[in-house]
Design a protein around this ligand. Structure first.
Ligand SMILES: Cc1ncc(COP(=O)(O)O)c(C=O)c1O
Length: 453
């Protein structure tokens, strides 16, 4: 029998996170204070983040030790299995060896708890009582709700309204872990009220929900804000994924030709890819492929410039590929990929040619997801299905070229709460959205006028 799962012992969980900053060919541009346009310092971030995380955000130390308390919680589901997709390989008739890292085995169903637990830990350590956050698909909100329950913090989640409607059981999941969930845009914040005034039927977006969550944290002394992606410290925490994979691939003797991940804000992709990016920067031949939705094509069609991380313009300015903070992406089912920007670290590496990117429409993505479900058994989250699609395309390319490639992708989450999306696909009702060229152009023009960078 061929080996399908490569497993590590609990004692083999990596003891540090990998910080890519000291290895980057070009240092990342600093966040800017939007008023002064000068680099934002710890003082700009302190009202909404604890010092422990701010230190990680700006750290240039390559390896950052993981506290014992966090390792202890990680051990509830880590190390996660690395699977060889033998059934999928056979179905495709490809000579490629396909591996996937299964982050769907976490209690919340995705990679997100890797950072949720770490963020809850550093906040608790500094006496914070409550955390606010946003969630798109509901995966991040669930992860933080779980972390709050395990570490002892109150959690308030602003959930993008379209997802709130599409995924009622994600809300119940969060509430079961003790969190409060508010559909966004809401009338609880100035940011939400403003959007509702302009468009009472707004489906919401991650950018809007972030504004609401930040405003809530900034206006309450005992409360801080927690972000599920984009920022350096979030990507840092996710590197445990790629560090584990490296140990697992050592067992098989394989090394990937291509590492694939879907990209919303960039955290699961960075998590699996950054430890390999380090090798690439040091001369190793490995491709790193980020996959995004054609309806929200940040890397492939965005502009590399400073922009706000949220619609309400409360965050510092971040240098990133962006579609403009005003851009509200079409209501695709991969809610976690509906973000106008991307992590600044990932964007810098993309701009430097270390990372490449591609985009797919949602129907072809669901077709790949169903193929995966019917061969490997796991039903992927719609976000994750973008990575599955790219892995299948790479495997078919290897077949065409008669090449024995090694393909690695991140199975960032399962889709058990996404049955409405699967139902729609199976009934032939799922629509592809045209590339929203005009809306993106308008949003970028407005950005240039507003920020002028
Ligand atoms: C399962 C899953 N994968 C991927 C993402 C995208 O986020 P990121 O790019 O930060 O990994 C999300 C976001 O909600 C998600 O839920």
């Amino acid at each position: 029998m061929s080996q399908r799962k490569i497993l590590l012992k609990e004692s083999e969980i990596p003891r540090f996170w990998y910080n890519i900053i000291p290895d980057m060919p070009t240092p990342p541009e600093p966040p800017l204070n939007p008023q002064t346009k000068q680099p934002a310092g710890p003082d700009d971030l302190a009202p909404i983040f604890p010092m422990g995380l701010i230190e990680q955000e700006v750290s240039t130390q390559r390896e950052i030790p993981i506290p014992e308390e966090i390792l202890d919680i990680y051990a509830l589901w880590r190390p996660t299995p690395l699977h060889r997709a033998l059934n999928l390989e056979k179905h495709l008739g490809t000579p490629a060896r396909i591996y996937y890292k299964n982050e769907s085995v976490s209690p919340a169903g995705s990679h997100k708890p890797n950072t949720a637990v770490a963020q809850a830990y550093y906040n608790k350590k500094e006496g914070v009582r409550r955390l606010t956050t946003e969630t798109g698909a509901g995966q991040w909100g669930s992860a933080l709700a779980m972390a709050g329950a395990l570490i002892g913090l109150e959690i308030t989640v602003y959930m993008v309204k379209v997802s709130y409607g599409q995924k009622p059981y994600r809300r119940v999941l969060m509430e079961t872990w003790g969190a409060s969930v508010i559909p966004s845009p809401s009338d609880k914040t100035n940011a939400g009220r403003q959007i509702l005034q302009q468009n009472p039927d707004s489906p919401g977006s991650l950018g809007i929900a972030i504004s609401e969550a930040i405003e809530d944290a900034a206006t309450h002394d005992d409360t801080k804000y927690s972000l599920g992606s984009v920022l350096n410290h979030v990507l840092l925490h996710q590197t445990i994924i790629g560090l584990e994979v490296k140990k697992q691939l050592e067992i098989t003797g394989d090394y990937p030709d291509v590492v694939i991940g879907c990209v919303g804000g960039g955290s699961n992709f960075a998590g699996i890819a950054f430890p390999f990016a380090r090798d690439k920067i040091n001369g190793r031949d490995v491709r790193l492929l980020a996959v995004e939705p054609a309806a929200c094509p940040t890397l492939t069609k965005g502009e590399y410039t400073y922009d706000f991380g949220d619609t309400g313009k409360l965050t510092p300015l971040l240098k990133m590929y962006t579609l403009g903070h005003d851009f509200v992406p079409p209501a695709i089912h991969a809610g976690g990929l509906r973000y106008h920007g991307d992590a600044p670290l990932l964007c810098r590496l993309y701009s430097d040619g270390i990372i490449e990117a591609t985009a797919y429409h949602q129907r072809e993505v669901f077709e790949a997801a169903v193929t995966f479900a019917r061969t490997e058994g796991i039903i992927p989250a719609p976000e994750t299905a973008h990575a599955v699609k790219a892995a299948i395309d790479e495997a078919l390319k290897a077949k065409e070229e008669g090449k024995e490639r090694v393909i690695l992708f991140n199975l960032s989450g399962h889709g058990h709460f996404d049955m409405a999306a699967y139902e729609s696909y199976l009934a032939g009702k799922l629509e592809d959205y045209a590339y929203p060229e005009e809306a993106i152009k308008q949003s970028l023009n407005k950005l240039k006028q507003e920020i002028g960078l």
